[in-house]
Design a protein around this ligand. Sequence first.
Ligand SMILES: [Fe+2]
Ligand SMILES: [Fe+2]
Ligand SMILES: [Fe+2]
Length: 431
Amino acid sequence: MNVVSSKNIVHIIRRALNCVDPRLIGHGERVAFLLYEMLRVQGGHSEQELGDLTLLGLLHDIGAYKTEDIDRMVEFESQNIWEHSVYGYLFLKNLSPLSSYADVILYHHLPYYQYSLASGTLTRGHYGGLVHLADRADLLLENRDEAFCEQYLQKHRGHLFAPEWVDLFLQTNAQRSIAKRIYDGSYFQEFERVAQSVSFSRKEKLEFLTMIAYSIDFRSEFMVLHTVTTVSVSRVLASLMGMNGEEREKIYYAALLHDVGKVSTPVAILEKPGRLTTEEMAVMQRHVVDTGHILGDYLDSDVKRIAVRHHEKLDGSGYPLGLTGGQLSKSDRIVAVADILSALIRKRSYKEAFDKETTLSILTHMRDEKKICPQVTEIVLQNYDEILETAEAFGREVVEMYQGLQLDYRRILSALPPTLREQDPALSFRG
Ligand SMILES: [Fe+2]
Ligand SMILES: [Fe+2]
Ligand SMILES: [Fe+2]
């Protein structure tokens, strides 16, 4: 069974990134387009390399899931550009099939005059300079115009940007009218064409989706284990309930992707220690609609259906649609219970992790109130220890990865030469 095609993986990533902040909509795909066109004009790249680097352009700001970072990025400031660069680098390196290109993300804000400071660690990082230029060019085109963009790049040729990258941009614009195509929107067809040509193995596709899901969870300490727990509980429940191989696979993908819409939920809401206000609750609940939007028609329709129904309840009191028991399949019910169980057994910003007794009594209560499926609940009651053990085993790996990532993050930030870390007025630019 092919749950999702390579081309559609690119679209799911694109939509997830576009949900981060309205100010960044389209930024990743435009940077990807600019890179692709420049690399084509430069020549000498294999199709594989062109596809990889274009995807890297799309992903270059993946470390910026924290909205506080986006304010700084959009303002063109150099201060703390390292935070999202380092996170993006770590996500790519640890979680994606593009790990050999991770340096490009680390150095995607490194100005040319500081290349030498990073030279010891640069491997493929020279493409970081090209991503840097494409990134700035997109913001300049967006905030000013084509003439200003070209003048700015010329002015900083050999200072902020390597001379060869500036020349390549100007040459590409002259030959392929890249600025014009950004303005009239036709760049998107080219982006889609490139997306069409990439090809990933099944394993690589799963790696990309896992990277998106985990990097969203990793925004908040309280969410780190949520997806992995929901996935592992869903898996155990699905096999205990005798679902066939195809159904189990769909459940797996749906559990992995069920909360991707949380990419647009502010961290302040995810981490609020107390009860959410009505408004905050509405913002929180929007994540399901966003999950539906991100997944679009890009993957198996059952997977999407299961994912967007994880907050529905049998008695119609759930959201977003208020569906009732007759409308909810066994798979929908499994992931819904797994999601609840994951929230109960883990610590959250508003609660401690519940012990077995409390967890089971809450589930029993929900079952008696006709909110969750009695059969699925029964399986949980009978197999609680086994379910929890599996969840713990999978959880440990992810906790280790998260802790390793945090350590690497601090290590890399503090190892950066101080001159790279401090704000350089030459880099700041406002309207
Ligand atoms: Fe960036
Ligand atoms: Fe960017
Ligand atoms: Fe959710």
